[in-house]
Design a protein around this ligand. Structure first.
Ligand SMILES: *Cc1c(COP(=O)(O)O)cnc(C)c1O
Length: 339
């Protein structure tokens, strides 16, 4: 039987509609600014996120790197939550590519609050580096797909503005956050300088992310993208899948969230397992007195693929290639293997 792959929402295959749109995409050389499909995708995402313009990039990692580069000067500090993706999974890109240093703070749910921001405000001194940028991550990946609500988002962005800090929203899964809250994604990026989002996570595209910002910043971002080797030619083939995803995939994200809740319930019934009910599509379970890699291996032997994040933490992610029936079967396997 085909394994049920809950390792990540990046394991999806393009849908038939995506493949058809890709095959038929109108394309041109995007380094010359001549790919109409890329242009359409950028305009659409800019509008959905509430910015003037957007730039199509190969990956979320590059999108974050570009945003941090255009919003900082070498020697600046960037206020981030300790477990954020830009710190943990991007090879120190902010230091390597932008010459800036993360200032890390802990937040139980992964989300920075106004007091974290105010705590980073200090009198200026010529011998001290300053925080100039705050990076928010919504949903927060490592904390378990946690959502920062609308009021909290407004408050933290407001505090950053008051402190004179710029704001970047790492919205790799901003569509999941917006779905969980029942609000437009643009509301979660309002007041920020830049936002990054991925098409290749919950939306199921083969490749692609976007950075959104003002027209002026996007022109700077375009230069940085080229510098990093991210200038693409007939990228409309990829952008075409993105346009389909925005129509087809966002409306069905709630289904992934319901599946995640079902898996979390199955885990919660097992002994020595602690799990917070998920708000979105990521389930993080803490195993007391049991090895997560061993449990992951036992689940894999029964056709349910998960990831051991560390010795005690198991992560399961739902996505469009996990059906109701898959979810039911996975819950059953969890019951027998973990229970
Ligand atoms: C996946 C992810 C990224 C990076 O995206 P890639 O396309 O894998 O480079 C950035 N931020 C968050 C929160 C992510 O989950």
């Amino acid at each position: 039987m085909k394994p049920i792959d809950l390792r990540s929402d990046t394991v999806t295959r393009p849908t038939a509609r995506m493949r058809q749109a890709m095959a038929e995409a109108e394309v041109g050389d995007d380094v010359f600014g001549e790919d109409p499909t890329v242009g359409r995708l950028e305009a659409r995402v800019a509008e959905l996120l509430g910015f003037e313009a957007a730039l199509f990039v190969p990956s979320g990692t590059m999108g974050n790197a570009i945003a941090i580069r255009v919003l900082t000067e070498r020697g600046d500090e960037v206020l981030v939550e300790r477990r954020s993706h830009v710190v943990r999974y991007e090879l120190s890109a902010m230091s390597v590519l932008s010459g800036v240093m993360p200032r890390m703070v802990d937040a139980p749910d992964g989300h920075l609050r106004p007091e974290h921001v105010r705590g980073a405000v200090a009198p200026r001194a010529y011998y001290k580096s300053d925080v100039t940028l705050v990076v928010l991550e919504n949903t927060h990946n490592l904390a378990g797909g946690t959502v920062l609500g609308l009021a909290e988002t407004r408050e933290v962005i407001g505090a950053a503005r008051e402190a004179g800090f710029r704001v970047h929203v790492d919205g790799a899964r901003i569509w999941n956050a917006a779905t969980a809250l029942g609000i437009p994604a643009s509301a979660l990026a309002a007041g920020a300088d830049t936002a990054m989002t991925c098409l290749s996570k919950g939306l199921g595209c083969p490749v692609g992310s976007l950075v959104a910002s003002s027209r002026e910043r996007i022109e700077k971002a375009r230069r940085v993208r080229k510098l990093l080797g991210g200038g693409m030619r007939q990228a409309g083939i990829l952008a075409a899948a993105g346009l389909v995803a925005l129509d087809d995939a966002i409306p069905r994200l709630a289904e992934d969230h319901a599946h995640a809740r079902r898996l979390a319930e199955a885990l919660a019934q097992a002994r020595d397992v602690r799990v917070t009910p998920p708000r979105t599509n990521i389930v993080v379970a803490t195993l007391d007195g049991r090895s997560a890699p061993e449990v992951a291996a036992a689940l894999a032997a029964e056709g349910v693929l998960t990831i051991a994040m560390d010795a005690r933490t198991l992560r399961l992610v739902t996505h469009r290639d996990v059906s109701d029936e898959d979810c039911r079967r996975a819950a059953e396997v969890i019951g027998t293997v973990v229970g």
